[in-house]
Design a binder for this molecule. Sequence first.
Ligand code: ATP
Ligand code: MG
Length: 612
Amino acid sequence: MNSPTAKATDCNAAADTKVSNFLRQIIENDLDKGTYASRRWAGSPGDAAHHAKGEPDPAKIRTRFPPEPNGYLHVGHAKSICINFGLAKEYGGVCHLRFDDTNPEKEDTEYVNSIIDAVKWLGFDWAQLGQAAGSAAPYQASDYFDFMYRAAEALIEAGHAYVDEQSAEDMRANRGDFGKPGVDSPFRTRTVAENLARFREMRDGQLADGAAVLRAKIDMASPNINLRDPAIYRIRRATHHHTGDKWCIYPMYTFAHPIEDALEQITHSICTLEFEDQRPFYDWLMERLCECGLLAAPSPKQYEFARLNLTYVITSKRKLAQLVNEGKVSGWDDPRMPTIAGLRRRGYTPESLRLFADRIGVTKSDSWIDYSTLEGCLREDLENKAHRGMAVLDPVKLVLTNWAEAFGSDGYTEACTQPALPHSAIAEGQTPPADRTFQIGKEVWIEREDFEEVPPKGYKRLFPSNVVRLKGGYVIECTGCARDAAGNVTEVHAKVIPGTKSGTPGADSVKAKAAITWVGVADGVQAEVRLYDRLFAEAHPDAGGKDFLQSLNPDSLKVVTAYVEPSLAGAQPDQKFQFERFGYFVADRLDHVAGAKPVFNRVTGLKDSWGK
Ligand code: ATP
Ligand code: MG
């Protein structure tokens, strides 16, 4: 049914023709000017942890992808991964995978492992991209806690930080708002010695959680609220998944992040637009720490791009966690989830996600991407790769009543063959895959909707006296049906027309009105097929502060018992197929057992059915 006329094209080749964007221009400019040519590890007296990972090559750019290990990565992160690793690869540079693990209560090694999996699966191997020669271990912010602590003391000593002991409410009230400048804390004028002593008490566990914070001393009247003496260290008695109970104070993200970048000699620190207002603090901190002699210029620079917003999809780890925790989905890798693990299980390929990232590009203004764009990339990738196969999703038995008369016995079966890929999907010089083989016999499964006793106008499939082809098999003439007491069709009846088999000289001797898909009763295998649909019924499920749980699509999963041809039943987990007429399906990574228990997930239909 789906036989495109275009010749096979390589979807990776299309992705290789890069369109310029503002990030590429910045990088090319820096490479031309040699902005980072003077970088040396030796210039930055940081901890051994990063020194061990090799000298930076001054001719190279360094980017990083810095997830917080507090959930599984989603399709928005995939965009960020493709940008950061993609740019490093393109310009012969390096990209660090770095865990921003400064928030011990919410973090977990399960998340760490899932992130490593996701990045590798997307096709980016940081070990090969120049990081940590001989070591595949990702970077982690917690490796720098000692350095961060020293940096905090250095700021105190230079009069750039103070320990504030206002109550949380006072601190909030005194911060002011967009229309109102903040008010100085009564603790703002403490002496260096007093601040240092108090900060060490914080570190040594002598103050209760929340009793004090260390704040940068910048400007309580700044129009940028992020510069109104932001907190840089807080007290939290929490066991860290990596440093255990060594610390009871932890750096704030806004303080930790620029330091991580600097210690790793990142050149271009690329993040999403919501961090734009943080950039002045990023630069402030870099300048102060260079003045203190703790870091060496040139400092990394932050650049922001628009995050991915995808219709019908939520890209907030917190809300995705809520779906998992409240049992709305089966887990982080539920095939309806927009997590990388979920998309993978749904049947998305790394190639399709990379193509998607290329196609949506990088901009500085927020916009919505239609979900159909993502699906389109998958179809484009699978069109020439996914082997074809027949499955009957809503089966009713078709009995060929003259079978024994035509072929000698009711038990006779005959092999039919069909190509695994259509001719159009085979690239020049490529050897076509072996044909599929399946058996036709007296009884076959057909779709319930392919028979109508009284056909509606224009109906070309089975109705009494109509002639159709069983795809790849014989032409048949429908004679009627059997019904149960309730009137439901229990069997469809037809006569086979001998001599009309596909691929034989007599194939065209009888004109068929339509070709229908089918699976032989003799060799068809029962399969569980999970028909996934969009998880949310609304294009913008969390717009305007509405409760996104109210927008859940009650019909996002329908499980049916289907019959599939033998080539499908023997699939390996994760193998993708095009079920003829229905769309793309994947053998479930976890539940499918080749030859024993076929379980397929619907990835997407053949045509776009979104946003209409
Ligand atoms: P969430 O907001 O879903 O909780 P996050 O931004 O807090 O995600 P991080 O682990 O901090 O999660 O994200 C790591 C990187 O991924 C950051 O640089 C962030 O800017 C980027 N990122 C997160 N969401 C998106 C998105 N929707 N589109 C593009 N990049 C994103
Ligand atoms: Mg974030």
